[in-house]
Design a protein around this ligand. Structure first.
Ligand code: FES
Ligand SMILES: [Fe+2]
Length: 348
């Protein structure tokens, strides 16, 4: 049945809930240990992840087809995940493979639960949320830094009580660096006034300060594709040891309309013995300082009302925020139009 609501409302809802046809980070790799199912929530949906005996990841809707108990409370078997309530085993395709309480139960062999394509990269687990236009997962457009061993880094994951769009807006807004983070280890430098500029790139855009580069959080690149992510550089104070800039790769995952999880990779390109030196310094000294910066973002965004967007007054510096919203609105519109066209085809 096609959705008869105003298309603008539907686009707004889609963007707020999370675009489909995208890969989203849903957990750290270490969260899913062999032999133990792990429940997550993303885009309003509960999912269960587990590792098959081969180590391969599987992902299903976290819902037992018998009476709806969460499969994430079950156990991992050779052939799938077993529900703790009455023992039904569901395989990675979402097919019921065993009903142990009754022999030759007609439920066996039925595909009853949605299954998701899942992959692992950069110490994180990504799940593809299909759309009508993109029912099959394309390859994940992994940021090259995460596949390049010359970069070393740490994945830092944090749940924020804010719609994921605030986290993305925040990343498309370099100018907040020298204000919100003025009292911080990495972002205490540079001027507090500027003009912003926007440049198109192959897969998105960059937003940067016109009069300053390399002194603070001075630019961001937003990348759109099979997943949406951003890249930014922060200058690294001498006191932080060897190596050059500090690069952040950021992903945000909508949990529901009021919560998100941010996935930030903190990376540096350092060679030889200095790699270990930095790794050690990061763990021993720097990590708490970097967490403090992220906490400043989290606290600010969580304290903003959900409908702040309805009353805001943007100015020149919000050119990145504007471009981000235009891009996401366009992507949502394309998806919804494809859904309507498919609904019409099946009705006609
Ligand atoms: S609810 Fe899962 S086996 Fe009954
Ligand atoms: Fe920030």
């Amino acid at each position: 049945m096609s959705d008869t609501r105003d298309i603008k409302e539907r686009i707004k809802d889609r963007v707020n809930q999370g675009l489909l046809g995208q890969w989203y980070a849903v957990a750290k790799s270490v969260d899913v240990q062999p032999g133990r199912p792990h429940g997550v929530k993303a885009l309003g949906q509960k999912l269960v992840l587990w590792r098959e005996p081969s180590g391969k990841l599987a992902c299903l809707e976290d819902f037992c087809p018998h009476r709806g108990a969460p499969l994430s409370r079950g156990e991992v078997h050779e052939t799938g995940v077993a529900c703790r309530y009455h023992g039904i085993v569901v395989d990675p395709t979402g097919t019921i493979v065993r009903v142990p309480a009754m022999s030759e139960c007609p439920l066996e062999g039925r595909k009853a639960v949605a299954s998701y394509t899942v992959t692992e990269a950069g110490d994180a687990i990504f799940v593809f949320f299909p759309s009508v236009e993109m029912p099959v997962a394309p390859p994940l457009n992994l940021p090259p830094e995460l596949a390049d061993p010359a970069w070393i880094g740490f994945l830092c994951v944090s749940p924020w009580e804010a719609n994921y769009r605030y986290a993305l807006d925040n990343l498309a807004d370099p100018m907040h660096g020298c204000y919100l983070h003025a009292q911080s280890f990495t972002l205490a430098y540079g001027s507090k006034q500027d003009i912003m500029k926007l440049d198109k790139t192959e897969h998105g855009f960059t937003v940067s300060r016109v009069h300053q580069a390399g002194d603070n959080f001075d630019w961001t690149e937003m990348v759109f594709g099979a997943s949406t992510w951003c890249r930014l550089d922060l200058p690294y104070p001498k006191a932080a040891g060897p190596g050059g800039i500090f690069r952040i790769i950021g992903y945000t995952t909508p949990v529901d309309e009021h919560n998100c999880i941010v996935y930030f990779w903190r990376l540096r390109k350092i060679e030889g013995i200095e790699r270990e030196a930095w790794r050690f310094m990061y763990r021993a000294l720097l990590e708490p300082r970097h967490w403090k910066v992220l906490e400043q973002d989290r606290e600010m965004l969580s304290a903003m009302p959900d409908d702040a967007r309805m009353r805001e007054m943007l100015y020149q510096h919000d050119v990145g925020v504007g471009a981000l919203r235009q891009t996401m609105t366009r992507m949502a519109r394309t998806q919804i139009e494809a859904e309507d066209a498919a609904a019409q085809r099946s009705a006609g």
